[in-house]
Design a protein around this ligand. Structure first.
Ligand code: ADP
Ligand code: TYD
Length: 207
């Protein structure tokens, strides 16, 4: 049976994850790879339903614990319906966010829930990406970019720059914790420059 590769993009809101995930998918497709580009929360019909529940509305709508359950439920569906079947078919799966986002958002910044995040992850998900690109950048710039999109999905962006700053530090610590799979990328450059950097690193890993 052929074996696929699982690549994720992580980083603060507005750091350029979605842009870079799309450009890497395009780059690998141009080289003849079979690629599935997906995202969290979401990435399967059921998980997209949960996405609307968690990302829209009042910032105080859910507790950190309830959020943890909702994000994990969405991830389980995403894994069953989208990620695992694609990996079994030998495809490269590129996901805009995955479990590292839960480790940070619910695990640290929304409450001291990291132990529960890890337990639930082990019970219900039990899978890590092969490679994670962490797009790093100044939180002020990230937030400005994220807010300029003006979508209705702003529960988290409404938390402001202090949370973003905590998140940036958290992602850099996570890169050390999971140094076997995490690559930190400087996101404060032109889109094309970041994309060339990411593509070169991905090519080297996939070779
Ligand atoms: P994320 O998925 O991390 O929230 P996006 O890829 O959606 O970030 O980018 C957020 C906004 O910033 C978008 O409007 C996008 O066009 C813009 N953007 C992305 N990367 C860059 C970059 N390197 N320089 C300037 N603007 C960027
Ligand atoms: P996303 O749409 O990727 O936001 P952005 O493009 O602005 O980076 O994700 C929406 C929000 O959901 C984001 O603020 C992070 C949050 N989130 C969690 O809190 N926990 C999770 O497990 C995931 C996947 C996302």
């Amino acid at each position: 049976m052929s074996q696929g590769r699982f690549i994720t993009f992580e980083g603060i809101d507005g750091s350029g994850k979605s842009t870079q995930a799309r450009l890497l998918a395009q780059h690998l497709q141009d080289r003849g790879a079979k690629v599935v580009l997906t995202r969290e929360p979401g990435g399967s019909p059921g998980a997209e339903d949960i996405r609307a529940l968690v990302l829209e509305g009042d910032p105080d709508k859910w507790s950190a614990e309830t959020e943890l359950l909702l994000f994990t439920a969405a991830r389980r569906d995403h894994l069953e319906k989208t990620i695992d079947p694609a990996l079994r078919a030998g495809k490269i799966v590129i996901s805009d966010r995955f479990a590292d986002s839960t480790r940070l958002y619910q695990g640290i910044t929304r409450g001291d829930l990291r132990a529960k995040v890890d337990t639930l992850h082990e019970m219900m998900i039990g899978r890590e990406p092969d490679t994670t690109f962490i797009i790093d950048m100044d939180p002020d710039v990230g937030l400005e970019r994220a807010l300029s999109r003006q979508t209705s999905e702003e529960r988290f962006e409404g938390f402001g720059v202090d949370l973003q700053r905590k998140m940036r530090d958290g992602f850099l610590k996570l890169a050390e914790e999971f140094s076997n799979r995490c690559i930190v990328i400087d996101g404060a450059r032109a889109v094309e420059d970041v994309a060339v950097d990411v593509a070169a690193k991905a090519d080297a890993l996939l070779a």
